[in-house]
Design a protein around this ligand. Sequence first.
Ligand code: SAM
Length: 263
Amino acid sequence: MKLRLIILFLVASIGVFAKFWFFCAEEPKPDTPPLETIYANVYGNTSAFTISPKEKEEMQESGNAPVYGELTPKGILDVIQYMHEKLHAFFGNKMPKQINFMDVGSGAGKVVLGACIKGSFHKCLGVEYSKERHAVAANAYQKIISEGATFIPKGREVVFINADALTVDMSSMHAIYVSSYCFKKPFMEKLLAKFEKELPDGAIIVTSQALPTQPQQGRLKLIRIFTVSQSWKSDSKAHAYQVGIPDGEVQNDMPANWRASSR
Ligand SMILES: C[S@@+](CC[C@H](N)C(=O)[O-])C[C@H]1O[C@@H](n2cnc3c(N)ncnc32)[C@H](O)[C@@H]1O
């Protein structure tokens, strides 16, 4: 009887410890420097703004425009905070054990690294079509690793893939960011079909360009139109959608004075 009690106590203690460790793995480090400081160190003079004429041509042939811009550090923090809020609102205390973030067209990888360093995602995935931009992201992450990965909270996984985002399985993703002004309508239609088919209930999508949906039909519901700070404009338009919200519960907090033409 005594032995049973001891075993029970040990098993319970391991459970509590594992839960505590798991919880610790989720939290960003409180003493982490601002993203601006981290990026200045990690990227130095490298950037993803320019690609070779050959890559520009390939991008155009793939059906998307070769223009480039980035979410600023402030924009990154605003977007990931909003995503966490909406995930918590949807799941409450039934939050999946692992919540994952994806940047569709990850460029230099700043959004992915920012989500990993400042957010509470387990896996942060960046998918980028351009080999040259992918290399900038992969090198930046390599530099973080080689310097001891002090900014990366434990239990995190960062993955950069050089591929067309339409070929990547999104079924384990809960938070998707798409800087989509460079994406043309046929690409956006395919992306929407992929989101509708693959994303789990509760997944939140923030995209600069609106998705080509019929208003509030399908699994994705438009929940908010707001502004984010981008490299080309401090108040650029963003659209947020969430998967699987019952029709009666869609909250659209679009400001009344919204200028439909603003980007
Ligand atoms: C506007 S940039 C955004 C970069 C980054 N996400 C940010 O916000 O800072 C869009 C990126 O999408 C990439 N891209 C274009 N077509 C793509 C495709 N089919 N699959 C993946 N990435 C693509 C471009 O090369 C570019 O790096």
